[in-house]
Write a protein that binds this ligand. Structure first.
Ligand code: IYR
Length: 236
């Protein structure tokens, strides 16, 4: 059987893809360069701070950041992510209490010496004031699989890649609207399923405190790698 026939046979009984015209906004070339520079500079200004103000943030802004994240491409367009947005002070406090207990163990028992050395320049520690200071805590879950109507597991594809892109868009959206967030990875995160009543096909990936930076917010004095260290053009 030739290649084309084999492909046709396998897809024969499946519903055909439905296409529609692409709505694409193009720009004149000079404008493209300006837009590219402006966007790069905006992203370059983004920093991760652990110091948040308690000033409230409207729910609509969080909703828009999640809507932006939800535009991420994903394996087979299955969008294997769920967001839990929390502004309840009691719930934030519980998350902070459990997180700090676990993080203390991580920093003092689970981390290797090399890991501690790598982290030292960032000055992170097990105290997570940002979880209670920031008005919102958004938890991103990945759906490793979903459950079909017959109760069987439905596989999801490229889950880590899809959720990683989704997280990147969320962070960019938060920065673009003039807020700040921090990619926090409590370890272990299993407790969040029970606390937030999420089903077993989901696992927490990242916890994002979201808010305004505090007036005295600081960031580690670190630089990003120059482009020549991270890119190769053609075969070098
Ligand atoms: N999960 C811990 C530790 C931590 C690990 C890495 I790698 C970081 O870049 C920063 C922190 C925490 O969130 O503090």
């Amino acid at each position: 059987m030739n290649k084309e026939n084999k492909y046709r046979e396998l897809f024969a009984d499946l519903p055909e893809a439905v296409y529609e015209p692409l709505q694409f906004t193009g720009y004149p070339e000079e404008e493209m360069l300006q837009r590219a520079r402006d966007w790069y500079e905006e992203c370059e200004r983004r920093r991760t701070t652990r110091h948040f103000s308690t000033k409230p943030v409207a729910k609509e802004l969080i909703e828009l950041a999640i809507a932006t994240a939800n535009t991420a491409p994903s394996g087979a367009h299955l969008q294997p992510w769920k967001f839990v947005a929390i502004d309840s002070p009691a719930l934030k406090q519980t998350i902070r209490d459990v997180t700090e207990e676990e993080e203390y163990k991580t920093y003092t028992e689970r981390m290797t010496d090399e890991w501690r050395q790598d982290l030292a320049k960032l000055g992170t520690d097990w105290v997570k004031t940002h979880i209670t200071d920031a008005p919102w805590v958004v938890v991103l879950f990945k759906e490793r699989y979903s459950l079909k109507e017959d109760g069987k597991k439905k596989k999801h594809y490229y889950v880590d890649e899809s959720v990683g892109i989704c997280a990147g868009l969320f962070i960019s959206a938060i920065h673009h609207m003039g807020l700040s967030t921090l990619t926090h990875t409590p370890n272990p995160m299993g407790f969040l399923n029970e606390l937030l009543k999420r089903p077993p096909n989901e696992s927490a990936v990242l916890l994002f405190p979201v808010g305004y930076p505090s007036d005295t917010a600081q960031v580690p004095k670190i630089a990003r790698k120059p482009l020549e260290d991270i890119v190769q053009w053609n075969d070098g």
